[in-house]
Design a protein around this ligand. Structure first.
Ligand SMILES: [Zn+2]
Length: 496
């Protein structure tokens, strides 16, 4: 008994050593030598050697470290892998573009999915990047309205395609509302990363329905991620009122709300809206927002965005619209024809100037997320492949809009901290520290930048030399690595 107790005590002591630690000088799996290591949480910004063992960071040290593979990183910045909390991308091809943009975790939180367990099961062991999704309020509305049989399931296949559909305009009956909340809760309890709501895409969503959904986020201690009800400069039905609705619901319920892409909802008023949310947050209302670092958005031509009066609401004209399929600016006749036609083409709207985006980037409370989607050939939105390189290249190096450390904080530590109160895995991400997950990016600060454009969106970003997901290199020497799938599921506390 005594011997067994000693052995157990020794085992317990060993178990408390950090991953990879050893009484003798360890030879680590991979060592990056001499990188400029930046960790926004501790404030580290100095030359360091970084060791990785298995799926964890074993050391961030001034001391020379031994590794089975040693990578010269003396010209590179090392940072925690970027966490994109707003990515609609689902394909392997898109993941490769995202990896070349420094992303190690992509989360679909704005719209979400359904059914949750099936979505995660289908991705198990097959993903390049860490992955997770919210449960989709919007999709579940279609599911209920179509009937929960085959027709309802068909409606779920791609909720994005259903936006603007007629049934989206219908209010739910009392019984249907209760059923909706019950199904959303089922998704939350299956481990979904909160609740996603494309509220503007389904105008039938009542004020009471949004309050009930926020109350569910509060009751389950998770978070509501919402594309708010209106994107308009003009009252009634302004983005100001939509932000007020979110503020009121968060304050009334105590629930967490994260407002998606305030830049494309509030246009030139976006910095003011961000400040409103920042001030409310300082008073204990759990509300935050994000921007993407581009002046244009992209939406389906027949969506509610372009219902009559859209020019005044958005503060733009038809000359600010660009066809995704041709890359050309639209004339009124071309726009009218697209709007009346059957094809639901995407349209790029250039609605924000550099000053608006710069103000949002400088606001320390505003996160950055891509809102990217599929990489669709020459005319998609460049944010899908180039959001993070644009931040670091254009806004940090070229215009000096914000510092490198401030920019990295917005795409590593801030998203991790936003989620970690209900997503345990996030406590080990967004940090370049011993014991944290080995999601690491190394990039050349002199060359990092975006090659994707509105006219040619499917182009890899420049400057990312090494990108590591759970200790596995997915970008090695600047090149995508074939045949690796180190991405892991990101669940909430309900399935961890
Ligand atoms: Zn959106």
């Amino acid at each position: 008994m005594r011997g067994t107790a000693l052995l157990l005590a020794a085992a317990a002591m060993l178990a408390e050593l950090p991953a990879g630690a050893s009484p003798v000088a360890a030879v680590h799996d991979i060592v990056y030598v001499g990188a400029r290591a930046i960790d926004p949480e501790t404030g580290l910004d100095a030359k360091r050697n970084i060791a990785v063992d298995g799926d964890r960071i074993a050391a961030v040290s001034e001391t020379p470290l031994k590794g089975r593979r040693v990578i010269d990183a003396r010209s590179l910045v090392a940072a925690p892998g970027f966490i994109d909390i707003h990515s609609h991308a689902t394909t392997h091809e898109a993941a490769r573009y995202q990896a070349k943009d420094g992303v190690t975790t992509r989360l679909e939180l704005e719209i979400g999915t359904w059914p949750i367990s099936a979505w995660y099961d289908a991705k198990h062991g097959r993903e390049l990047l860490n992955y997770g999704s919210s449960v989709s309020h919007t999709a579940l509305r279609y599911f209920i309205q179509k009937g929960e049989g085959a027709a309802g399931l068909a409606a779920l296949r791609d909720p994005m395609e259903k936006f603007g559909a007629e049934e989206a305009g219908e209010a739910l009956s009392g019984a249907a509302s209760q059923r909706l909340v019950a199904l959303i809760e089922q998704g939350v309890r299956e481990g979904a990363v909160g609740i996603g709501s494309g509220t503007q895409y389904a105008p039938g969503i009542s004020r009471r329905e949004m309050l009930d959904v926020t109350a569910l986020a509060a009751r389950t201690a998770t978070c509501l991620f919402t594309h708010i009800r209106y994107g308009s400069l003009v009252e009634p039905d302004s983005s100001f009122e939509a932000v007020q609705e979110s503020l009121a619901n968060a304050a009334a319920t105590g629930g967490c709300i994260h407002v998606a892409h305030i830049n494309s909802m509030a246009m030139r008023d976006a910095p003011f809206m961000a400040a409103l949310m920042r001030d409310a947050h300082a008073r204990g209302v759990d509300i935050t927002t994000e921007t993407y670092p581009w002046g244009g958005s992209v939406d389906a031509v027949r969506s509610h965005f372009f219902d009559p009066g859209w020019e005044e609401r958005w503060g733009v004209g038809v000359g600010d619209l660009q066809s995704r399929s041709t890359g050309k600016r639209l004339t009124q006749d071309e726009f009218d024809a697209l709007r009346a036609g059957a094809a639901d083409d995407g349209i790029i709207m250039h609605m924000n100037g550099e000053a608006t985006i710069a103000a949002l980037l400088r606001d320390p409370s505003v996160l950055i997320a891509s809102d990217g989607g599929r990489i669709e050939g020459p005319n998609g939105h460049p944010r899908s492949a180039g959001t993070f390189a644009r931040l670091l290249g254009h806004y940090v190096r070229e215009t000096g809009t914000l510092s490198l450390v401030a920019a990295l904080r917005k795409i590593t530590l801030m998203p991790a901290q936003r989620l970690e109160f209900f997503v345990p895995a996030m406590k080990r991400k967004g940090r370049l520290q011993s014991g944290m997950d080995a999601d690491i990016v190394l990039f050349d600060p002199a060359t990092v930048g975006t090659r994707a454009t509105y006219g040619d969106a499917a182009r890899y970003s420049d400057g990312f030399r090494y990108v590591m997901v759970n200790g596995v290199l997915v970008i090695d020497g600047g090149k995508p690595v074939e045949g690796v799938s180190p991405g892991r599921p990101i669940f909430s506390k309900y399935k961890s």
